[in-house]
Design a protein around this ligand. Structure first.
Ligand SMILES: NC(=O)c1ccc[n+]([C@@H]2O[C@H](COP(=O)([O-])OP(=O)(O)OC[C@H]3O[C@@H](n4cnc5c(N)ncnc54)[C@H](O)[C@@H]3O)[C@@H](O)[C@H]2O)c1
Length: 387
C-alpha cells in the first residue's frame, strides 16, 4: 500500500468526495484528496466532486479551480443529497459538525469529520450512533496519528519496549492569541467552538495518549482558565469588545484504567511556542518523547540497554520500515504538516475500499469527548470526576 510509485487507476473503484469548508482545514483536506493517490498506491481512485463553504460563489469557484474540485455548492444539505458523491468531509467549526454529519449520514455517505467530533458529548454520541445505524464508514480527524513518528511510538508500546507505563505527560502549547487585541473569532465563542484550548488542541493530546498507550482515561481533575476575558469584536474597531466564553488554558491530572497517571496542559498563550504538541510516556522498560515541531523524529530511551549506552535515542522515523513507510520521500528527507492529512485520507479511503477497520473513527471521537466533558465538569464542580 505504501509503495512510492503509483499504479494505473484502471479497474479501481472511485470514491467521489464532497468537502465542506475551504479555509484552514479545507486547504489541508483539499491538498490531501488531491495528492493521496499521486503519492501513495491506493486501491481506489479519488474524484474531487464538489466543495461547499460559506462564501460568495465567485470566491468558492476560485478555490475549486485552484484545487481541482469539479463543482461548488453553497448549501451543505444540497451537497449531502447529491447522488454523485460517496463521502463527505467536514472541515467546519464545531457547532456545524453535528448537523452536517447527520445530513451526510442520512444520505448514506461515508464521513470524515474534523476533531473534536462535536461541541458536546451528547452530540458526539448521537453522531456515532447515527453513523453505526446507517452502516457508513467514519473517520474523526485526529490527524497527528498519521504522523509516522507518532505511529512508531504506538508500535514501540505495542511491542512491549516501554513496559509497564507509569506516566503520560502531554503539553500542547501555542501563542497565537497572546496579544489581547487579537480580535474575536469563532474559536472564542463556546456556542460555536464548544470549548477553547481544551477542545481545540488538548483534544489532540488526549487522542495521542489513547492511541499510543491503548489506555483509557478513568479519573480526572481539571482546571480551565480564561486569561483574556474580552477581545475586540473586530480588528478594525478595537474599542468595541466581545466576551470570550471559552478557556484560554486547560490543565488536568488523570488516572488511567491500569493505574498509570497523566498530566495534561493546553494553552494558546505560551509565548514563543508555535505548535508545541508534545507527549512523553514513561514505563519501567523505557520512555518515549514525541514533539510535533520535530515530527520526523521520535525520542526513545531503552532502559534494557547496557547502562553505559543508555540515553534518549533520536530516531529518524522516515525509513521504509517505519509506519506509513515514513512518508513518500527517500529516508531522511522528511515530511511536513500537510502529509499527515494525505496519510489520513490514504488510510481511511483504503479501509473503506478494502472493508477493513479504521481508526480514529467516531467511537474514538466519542472517547475523547468523554474526557473533554469530564474536564469541564471537574473544572466547574472543583472535584475529581470518574468516567
Ligand atoms: N486536525 C487538525 O489538526 C485540525 C487543525 C485545525 C482545525 N481543526 C478542526 O477543523 C475544523 C475547522 O477548523 P478551521 O480552522 O478549518 O476553521 P476555519 O474558520 O478556518 O474554516 C471554517 C470553514 O467552515 C466554512 N463554513 C462555515 N459555516 C458554513 C456553512 N454554514 N456551510 C458551509 N461551510 C461553512 C467556512 O466557509 C470555512 O471554510 C474545526 O473543527 C477545528 O477544530 C483540525
Amino acid at each position: 500500500m505504501y509503495k512510492k510509485e503509483t499504479t494505473s487507476g484502471a479497474n479501481k473503484p472511485t470514491i467521489r468526495v464532497g468537502l465542506i469548508g475551504h479555509q484552514f482545514m479545507g486547504l489541508a483536506h483539499s491538498n490531501a484528496f488531491r495528492n493521496a493517490s499521486i503519492w501513495y498506491d491506493m486501491p481506489c481512485t479519488i474524484e474531487m466532486a464538489a466543495v461547499c463553504a460559506k462564501d460568495s460563489e465567485e470566491n468558492l469557484q476560485a478555490f475549486a479551480d485552484k484545487f481541482g474540485w469539479q463543482s461548488i455548492e453553497t448549501d451543505y444539505n444540497k451537497l449531502c443529497a447529491r447522488d454523485d458523491i460517496d463521502l463527505i468531509s467536514v472541515a467546519t467549526p464545531g457547532f456545524l459538525h453535528k448537523p452536517m454529519v447527520l445530513a451526510a449520514v442520512q444520505h448514506g455517505k461515508h464521513v470524515l469529520c474534523e476533531k473534536p467530533l462535536a461541541n458536546t458529548l451528547d452530540d458526539a454520541v448521537e453522531m456515532a450512533r447515527a453513523a453505526e445505524k446507517k452502516g457508513i464508514r467514519h473517520c474523526c480527524g485526529y490527524s497527528y496519528r498519521s504522523t509516522p513518528s507518532q505511529a512508531l511510538a504506538k508500535q514501540l508500546v505495542d511491542e512491549g519496549k516501554i513496559g509497564r507505563i507509569f506516566h503520560v505527560h502531554a503539553r500542547y502549547a501555542q501563542d497565537w492569541i497572546v496579544d489581547p487585541d487579537f480580535a474575536m473569532v469563532w474559536r472564542f465563542d463556546k456556542k460555536l467552538a464548544g470549548s477553547g484550548s481544551l477542545g481545540d488542541i488538548c483534544a489532540h493530546s488526549i487522542d495521542a495518549a489513547r492511541f499510543i498507550t491503548g489506555m483509557e482515561f478513568k479519573e480526572i481533575v481539571g482546571h480551565l482558565k480564561t486569561m483574556v476575558p474580552e477581545r475586540p469584536l473586530n480588528a478594525e474597531n478595537p474599542e468595541k469588545k466581545g466576551t470570550v466564553t471559552v478557556d484560554d488554558v486547560a490543565q488536568f491530572l488523570c488516572i488511567f484504567d491500569n493505574g498509570a497517571t497523566g498530566c495534561f496542559e493546553a494553552t494558546r498563550l505560551a509565548t514563543g511556542r508555535k505548535n508545541n504538541n508534545c507527549i512523553e510516556i514513561n514505563g519501567d522498560k523505557g520512555s518515549l518523547y514525541w514533539d510535533f515541531e520535530d515530527q520526523n523524529y521520535l525520542y526513545f530511551y531503552d532502559r534494557t540497554a547496557p547502562t553505559q549506552q543508555q540515553g534518549f535515542a533520536r530516531i529518524n522515523a522516515t525509513d521504509t520500515v517505519h509506519p506509513y513507510s515514513g512518508g513518500p520521500w527517500p529516508v531522511g528527507h522528511g515530511i511536513g504538516y500537510a502529509d499527515c492529512f494525505v496519510i489520513e485520507v490514504v488510510n481511511f479511503l483504503t479501509a473503506i475500499t478494502e472493508g477493513k477497520a479504521y481508526h480514529p473513527d467516531f467511537h474514538d471521537g466519542v472517547a475523547v469527548q468523554k474526557v473533554l466533558d469530564a474536564v469541564e465538569q471537574s473544572a466547574t464542580k472543583k472535584k475529581w470526576i470518574t468516567l
